[in-house]
Design a binder for this molecule. Structure first.
Ligand SMILES: Nc1nc2c(ncn2[C@@H]2O[C@H](COP(=O)(O)OP(=O)(O)OP(=O)(O)O)[C@@H](O)[C@H]2O)c(=O)[nH]1
Length: 301
C-alpha cells in the first residue's frame, strides 16, 4: 500500500490527528500482514515442493522456523491492530459524546426558540391590549368617536402646522337644541341613541385630516384643517347643520334635533387651541340666543 493512497483516504475521512495517525497505522499493519501472507504462501509452496521431492529433517526445521517467524510478526500485527482499534473506539466514543451534546444543544435551542416565540406572542398581545386601552382613553365611551383629549391633541398639532404652513383652521362648536326634552320625554336610553346617531353622522362627514369629538353632554367639536377660505368653512358648517337636522329613526320613534353651531377661525379669532374652542363656544351661545339660522361666526359682531 502506497503512502499516497493512504493520505488521500485520511484527508477525506477526518482531520482529527489521532484518527489520521490510527488510519496510517492500520495501513502500515495491512502492508505488514500482506507481506506475511506472501511469505507464508512462499514457505508453503517450498514445503509442498520439498515434500513432493522427499523433505529432509533440516528442511522441515527450516520451514518451521520460517513459518514461526511469520507467526510472530502476525501476532505483532494483531497487537498493533488492537491499538488502532482502541484509538478508533475512543474516537467513536468521543464522536458519540459530541453527537449527544449536539442533540442536547439543539433541543435546548428549540426550547429557547419556543420560549422566545411564546414571549413574542405575549408581547404582541400586550401591545394590542395597550393599544386598545390607549384607544379607549382617546375615545368617547358612549359614542365611540374621539373624545376631548384626542381632539385637544389634534388641535394643538393642527395649530403648530398652521403656523408653519400659513394655513387657516376652524373649530365648530356644535350643541344640540332641546336635547333635554328628548331625555325627559323618551328616557335617557333614547337620548343616548340620539347622541350616537349624531356622532355617527358627524364622523361620516369628517375628512381624514379633520377631527370630530364629543366634547361632553350634547356638545360636539369639529376641527377643520386648512379649509382655505371662510366660504369653505361656511359650506361645511351648513352641511353639518343639515345632516344633524335630518330626522332620526329610533325604534318606532321619529325624532328631530337641530344644532346650534358657533365657529371660530385661526388665526383671526384666536392664537391658541384653548382660545379657539372658547371663542367657538361663545359664538355657539350667541347663535342660541339669536336663533339666527343657528350658525354663528365668532368674528361676526
Ligand atoms: N342621554 C344622555 N343625556 C346626556 C348625556 N350627557 C348629558 N346629557 C343630557 O344632555 C342635556 C344637555 O343639557 P342642555 O344642553 O341644557 O339641554 P338642551 O335641552 O339641549 O338645552 P339647549 O342646549 O339650551 O337647547 C342634559 O339634560 C343632560 O342630562 C348622555 O351621555 N346621555
Amino acid at each position: 500500500m502506497t503512502s499516497d493512497h493512504g493520505s488521500s483516504r485520511t484527508s477525506t475521512v477526518d482531520s482529527s490527528p489521532l484518527l489520521v495517525k490510527a488510519l496510517e497505522k492500520s495501513l502500515e499493519v495491512k502492508d505488514k500482514v500482506e507481506k506475511c501472507a506472501n511469505e507464508l504462501s512462499t514457505v508453503n509452496e517450498t514445503i509442498k515442493k520439498e515434500m513432493a521431492a522427499g523433505i529432509t529433517l533440516h528442511q522441515a526445521e527450516k520451514a518451521l522456523a520460517q513459518s514461526e517467524s511469520v507467526e510472530d510478526r502476525v501476532h505483532e500485527c494483531a497487537g498493533e491492530l488492537n491499538e488502532v482499534n482502541n484509538v478508533l473506539a475512543q474516537e467513536i466514543d468521543d464522536r458519540n459524546k459530541l453527537n449527544r451534546e449536539l442533540i442536547e444543544t439543539l433541543q435546548e435551542l428549540s426550547t429557547t426558540q419556543n420560549v422566545l416565540s411564546d414571549s413574542q406572542n405575549v408581547l404582541a398581545i400586550a401591545h394590542e391590549v395597550v393599544e386598545e386601552a390607549k384607544q379607549r382613553t382617546l375615545r368617547d365611551f358612549a359614542t365611540g368617536i374621539p373624545n376631548r383629549e384626542l381632539f385637544n391633541d389634534r388641535l394643538d398639532q393642527a395649530i403648530a402646522l398652521a403656523r408653519r404652513c400659513d394655513w387657516i383652521l376652524a373649530v365648530m362648536f356644535i350643541d344640540l337644541d332641546g336635547f333635554k326634552q328628548i331625555n325627559d320625554t323618551h328616557g335617557h336610553a333614547i337620548g343616548d341613541r340620539v347622541l350616537q346617531v349624531v356622532a355617527q353622522r358627524l364622523y361620516e362627514q369628517v375628512r381624514s385630516e379633520d377631527t370630530v369629538c364629543r366634547y361632553g353632554g350634547d356638545e360636539f367639536l369639529y376641527l377643520l384643517v386648512n379649509p382655505r377660505s371662510i366660504a369653505n368653512i361656511q359650506r361645511v358648517a351648513h352641511n353639518v347643520f343639515d345632516r344633524i337636522s335630518q330626522a332620526l329613526f329610533i325604534d318606532d320613534l321619529t325624532l328631530t334635533v337641530a344644532p346650534s353651531i358657533g365657529v371660530a377661525v385661526y388665526p383671526g379669532d384666536a392664537s391658541t387651541g384653548q382660545e379657539l374652542v372658547a371663542n367657538a363656544d361663545a359664538a355657539m351661545y350667541r347663535a342660541k340666543e339669536k336663533k339666527a339660522g343657528c350658525i354663528f361666526f365668532a368674528s361676526i359682531p
